[in-house]
Design a protein around this ligand. Structure first.
Ligand code: FAD
Length: 310
């Protein structure tokens, strides 16, 4: 069995693996796709000490750093089920989609999250070419330009307020007939001079030319009239979904499906820790996921050295 088994090989999982392996304990990582979300990222300009890199380079560096240690990397392996230890101090099982079972004294869950798509023509085609999902990451790329934010919940309205301070103009598009964000955020948004809000508006297409976004089409749901907004960027803010469906009923999750962790990265199950975008830790960023992964590995080690000698 492993001392530490990490499920998920994004920044959180890779950091956890390096920290665990440096303690000289048996460490494994099972990941559906090593590297995680950074594989789909273009420019990364906010990983501290790295002025600028790109996603594939960053993913390759994560893997190289992990492989520099004695870590079993099981790539292209999806976990299907977590079976808690039968008795205190017993082994925890992770069942894989391929039918195999991995056993470990401690487990770190770092399965990340995925942005919900609007699924309109142009979204996939112009992803990273004007279509973005993370205002903290990509906001500065649109400095002085016109953007739209799709989604009027808390994340959409927060994104619109954030972007309004950087870009020339923000058009917020909400499907429902009113914004669902907290009143304090909505009031703040409405006070900004360079923001236009359209409610009851259904995004129908993201248009582009020469490989770049140049507009967004929406239908006014009251009149059925279609409108076009000329712009350079579209931020899709209709939800970040944690990859925790497979944990329902075993580990305690928040109402958003995030794994509930304490300040040490501990879940409600003894010996099971979690880190990164799949958890309740706020702000989904690479540097935060990496920090949380390191923390979870140190907590797992702390747990191991306290296990009774058998
Ligand atoms: P992830 O990166 O999501 O990794 C999850 C891992 O778990 C993957 O290996 C996945 O394959 C695996 N996995 C999932 N389910 C299972 C399962 N059932 N069994 C086994 N493995 C599983 N952040 C920044 O700080 N700066 C940026 O510039 C930036 N740009 C971004 C641009 C885009 C387009 C996107 C999508 C995100 C961006 N982010 C950026 C956010 C950043 O990528 C995430 O915060 C970070 O990757 C989270 O790391 P993680 O390890 O928690 O999860």
């Amino acid at each position: 069995p492993y001392d530490v088994l990490i499920v998920g090989g994004g920044p959180a999982g890779a950091a956890a693996a390096v920290y665990a392996a440096r303690k000289g304990i048996r460490t494994g990582v099972a990941a559906e796709r090593f590297g995680g979300q950074v594989n789909d990222t273009l420019a990364i300009e906010n990983y501290i000490s790295v002025l600028e890199t790109d996603g594939p380079k960053f993913a390759a560096a994560l893997e190289a750093h992990t492989r520099a240690y004695d870590v079993d990397i099981m790539n292209l392996q999806r976990a299907d089920k977590l079976v808690p230890a039968a008795e205190p101090g017993g082994l925890i099982e992770v069942q894989l989609a391929n039918g195999g079972t991995l056993k470990s004294k401690t487990v770190i869950l770092s399965t990340g999250a995925r942005w919900r798509n609007v699924n309109v023509p142009g979204e996939a085609e112009y992803k990273n070419k004007g279509v973005a999902y993370c205002p903290h990451c990509d906001g500065p790329l649109f400095k002085g330009k016109r953007v739209s934010v799709i989604g009027g919940g808390n994340s959409g309205v927060e994104a619109a307020i954030d972007l309004a301070g950087i870009v020339q103009h923000v058009t917020l598009i909400e499907f429902a007939d009113q914004l669902k964000a907290d009143a304090v955020l909505v009031n703040k948004l409405k006070s900004l001079p360079n923001v236009t809000i359209h409610t009851n508006a259904q995004t129908t297409e993201i248009t582009g030319a020469d490989g770049k976004v140049n507009g967004l089409k929406y239908k006014d749901r009251a009149t059925n009239v279609e409108h076009t907004v000329a712009l350079e960027g579209v931020f899709v803010q209709i939800g970040l979904v944690p990859n925790t469906e497979w944990l329902k009923g075993t580990v305690e999750l928040s109402r958003f499906g995030e794994i509930i962790v304490d300040a040490h990265g501990r879940t409600n199950l003894p010996g099971v820790f979690a880190a990164g975008d799949c958890t309740t830790v706020p702000f989904k960023q690479i540097v935060i996921a990496a920090g949380e992964g390191s923390k979870a590995a140190l907590s797992a080690f702390d747990h191991l050295i306290r296990m009774p000698v058998v």
